[in-house]
Each structure stands twice: as C-alpha cells, then as structure tokens.
Design a binder for this molecule. Structure first.
Ligand code: MD3
Ligand code: FE
Length: 221
C-alpha cells in the first residue's frame, strides 16, 4: 500500500476549520457558515417569496411589525389580533406554506450538530425581511412545543446589531454584530433568553440591496 497517497494530492481541498464563537452556555456563532451556499439560499428565498410573499403582520396589541415575514416548512409562525401561533396554512393565500428547501434543512441540521444538538429536524422556518430602520423589540420565542429543541438562525444582507439578554426582560444585554453568512445556534438553558434586533442602519449589500434577511429554523410542532 502506498502510504504517501495522501501527500500526493496537491489539488485536494484543505479542510478549513472556522472558529466557533461562544455567546452563551449553549449558544454559538458560526461566522460565515452559510457563505458557501449564499447563492442557493437567496434563490430558494426568491422561490418561497414568489409563493408566499413577505407581509407585515399585526401584533395582538395592534401594532404593525416593522420586519416583513413569511415562512416555509410544514408550520409557519404568524401573529394577528388573535395572538401568536404556528399554523400549516398561510393566512394571506389560504395555501400551505412552501416546502422547506433541502439546502435550508441541511444547513440547519449541520449547524445544530456543530453546536452539540444532534437529531434536530426543523418543521418551521420563519423568514424575516428588514429594511433600513426596521427592528425587532426584545422578546422571547416561546410558541414552540418542545423547548429542548434549539433555534438556528441565518443572516444575509446588511449587518444588524443583535441584542442578547437574559431570561428576565430587565437582565443586561450583550450586543452582537450579525453579518451576511453568519449562523447562530441557541438552545438548552439559553433557549428562553430575551433577544432583539436594533434598528437597521443604512447600508447596501451587493446581493440583497438595502435589506437584511434572517431566517430561523425551529421545531414548532
Ligand atoms: C435566542 N429574529 O424571528 S435571530 C425571531 O434577526 C427573531 O430576525 C431575529 O428573534 C432576527 O424570533 C433574531 C436570533 C434568535 C432567534 C431565536 C432565538 C435568537 C434567539 C430564540 C431563543 C434565543
Ligand atoms: Fe426571536
């Protein structure tokens, strides 16, 4: 057997290890983890939005959310005057949400596994679109059935300041810059921590213009 086999492949791709940033006991940032598939992700989003357009939803308190939203997967998150919930049909079209593209699911499962969450099988993907000035106030995500399942988030487009707080609203927050291609995984003891997005500053991204798109994978049902 030729033991030099592995040294004789100059064209072989070097395995590049990216550092994992720890932001909580069970939360990590995987910088640029989504960059290799950025074009496939954007094409998939375009297809989803053609079937289930972005829309600004209304909170139970009667406010129009500044981020526009849509979903893919078997369940989608919605809010209206009646409350927050997941449902299988898009209220704007009366049809099921578009299927979750394979490139989405694979990315979410791989990111979750890297963060220590094996067997993650998302059934919901909420897609948020922010224009300059749009924000998301500090909140908890607690409409999902099984809080032992993580949330995986992917950021594309212009940069945002993410606020990461504690399990009580008044706990101090840390500010984390999320850039195009960054993936974050939250789970375990961090799953119910308050979080939000500061108003987006004016900027332009070569692929998405003056917008940020964030999509989050969840096990909702
Ligand atoms: C931490 N979205 O859709 S992603 C949301 O950038 C949401 O659009 C923000 O908050 C955005 O609910 C932030 C980061 C995020 C998402 C879910 C979490 C952080 C989380 C759930 C638990 C803890
Ligand atoms: Fe959230």
């Amino acid at each position: 057997m030729n033991l030099d086999l592995f040294e004789q492949q100059p064209e072989a791709q070097a395995v590049e290890e990216k550092p994992i940033e720890i932001i909580g006991e069970q939360s990590v940032v995987l910088r640029q983890f989504a960059s290799p598939m950025q074009h496939e992700l954007i094409a998939a989003i375009d297809q989803i939005v053609a079937q289930a357009p972005f829309r600004q939803m209304i909170t139970p308190g009667g406010y129009v959310m500044s981020a526009a939203m849509t979903n893919c997967g078997s369940l989608g998150w919605i809010t209206d005057q009646k409350g927050y919930r997941y449902q299988p049909l898009d209220p704007s079209t009366g049809k099921p949400w578009p299927a979750m593209p394979a490139v989405f699911e694979t990315l979410a499962i791989q990111a979750a596994a890297l963060a220590g969450f094996d067997h993650f099988k998302p059934d919901a993907c909420l897609i948020n679109e922010y224009v300059v000035g749009a924000k998301m106030s500090l909140h908890q995500d607690k409409n999902e059935r099984d809080m032992s399942q993580p949330v995986v988030s992917v950021s594309l487009g212009i940069t945002a300041n993410f606020l990461f707080g504690g399990v009580n609203r008044q706990d101090k927050t840390q500010k984390i810059l999320l850039q195009h291609g960054d993936v974050v995984v939250w789970g375990g003891v961090d799953r119910l921590r308050y979080h939000g997005i500061l108003p987006l500053k004016a900027a332009s991204h070569p692929l998405l213009g003056e917008r940020r798109i964030n999509f989050t994978f969840r096990r909702a049902g």
